[in-house]
Ligand binder design. Structure first.
Ligand code: NCD
Length: 359
């Protein structure tokens, strides 16, 4: 009997306690207050330099850069090189995340952005095979970037359509960096190309730059010619006649007062060239495979070609090469294309640090 009473009392107590506890919980739930997340405060994000020249900016076209900003980018890139050579990595972008979204093949651009982010202590969401992502289910570019920006601080995008990076930037509130939009532009490549020229030849004004190969579809030369038009240079365009440099870009460059000449053979200009910039014939942009076959080997740089070139000049290529420069040329000290790859790492480190407000 005593035992039963004790048991009942206990149950009663337990029930009372449960009611009390659940009331407590209800009260607590009702009193939770979630203030809105403040983005624009003087304290957050911690330590970002909001007045940095590229802070939170998209990088869509080289046309957005003036000489002053270019100087700043190359100065930071130079510091990045020193840092990498001395200590390898440091934590400038610790905790920052890059979404690397590639709808077209890439080795250098994608890997160098990854390396750049990781050398600065940040991390990367790689989406290289869009076949395996929701893009293959038919997701639109605006939806994909609005999703990725929920996870990342910056988006690098390569896409086959001209204007795709601008479209992505219109929808994303985080910075978008154009890593190649079809035959349009490749601004970070042009920046690293210009940095290479400066580091190797110590100047840009006064140089003669000769671009060779597929000047119609090659986006790297489209961006590079526009960027060089900010300097006092001469431009030569050497291409098969079915792959000429686009007239509208020539008009833009001419408006800056830059002399430009078109050729179909290299012999005419090799001797006066300070920078020989060779490009691949862009097979993937051809509708007619036979037309590609006809022009694919139109220009091949060999040791004999280099004999006609100046002693003080550089040979560049954005890579990949598929036969335009023979491998025997690689040991020529003027062959700068693998050094160019390395400069690309430093320029991309600089761009990421600057866009994220750390330089
Ligand atoms: C270039 C590109 O993708 O436009 N590659 C690169 O980024 N270095 C050049 C090319 O594919 O021919």
């Amino acid at each position: 009997m005593k035992k039963t009473i004790f048991f009942l009392e206990n149950r009663l107590f337990f029930r009372k306690f449960k009611i009390f506890a659940s009331n407590e919980r209800k009260e607590k739930t009702m009193s939770i207050h979630t203030p809105p997340i403040r983005i624009d405060t003087p304290y957050l994000p911690f330590g970002d330099m909001k007045n940095a020249p590229l802070y939170q900016k998209d990088i869509l076209s080289v046309n957005q850069f003036h000489r002053r900003e270019l100087e700043a980018i190359f100065a930071v890139a130079h510091e990045m090189e020193e840092m990498v050579r001395r200590i390898g990595t440091f934590d400038l972008l610790k905790g920052k995340i890059l979404a690397n979204l590639f709808y077209e093949p890439s080795t250098r651009t994608s890997a160098s952005f990854t390396a750049a982010m990781e050398r600065l202590g940040g991390s990367v969401i790689p989406i290289n095979e869009v076949r395996y992502s929701s893009v293959s289910k038919g997701e639109s570019l605006p939806d994909t970037v609005r999703t990725l920006e929920a996870y990342a601080d910056v988006i690098v995008l390569r896409h086959p359509e001209v204007g795709s990076a601008a479209l992505a930037a219109q929808y994303a509130s985080k910075p978008v960096i154009n890593a190649g939009d079809g035959v349009g532009e490749h601004p970070t490549q042009a920046l690293l190309d210009l940095h290479t020229i400066r580091e190797e030849l110590k100047q840009v004004d006064g140089l003669t730059i000769t671009m060779v190969g597929d000047l119609k579809y090659g986006r790297t030369v489209h961006s590079l010619a526009r960027l060089l038009s900010r300097f006092d240079v001469r431009l030569n365009y050497v291409s098969p006649d079915i792959l000429p440099f686009p007239e509208e870009i020539m008009a833009e460059v001419a408006a800056k007062g830059i002399p430009q000449t078109q050729y179909t053979n290299l012999e005419a200009v090799i001797g006066e060239t300070d920078v020989l910039y060779v490009t691949r014939v862009q097979k993937e942009r051809f509708e007619d495979p036979q037309a590609y076959e006809r022009v694919k080997n139109a220009f091949v740089i060999t040791p004999e070609t280099m004999q006609q070139a100046k002693e003080e000049m550089i040979l560049m290529h954005p890579l990949p090469r598929v036969g335009e420069i023979s491998m025997e040329v690689d040991s020529d000290p003027r062959a700068a294309y693998f050094r160019q790859v390395e400069y690309g790492l430093y320029v991309r480190m600089a761009l990421l640090a600057m866009v994220l407000g750390k330089a």
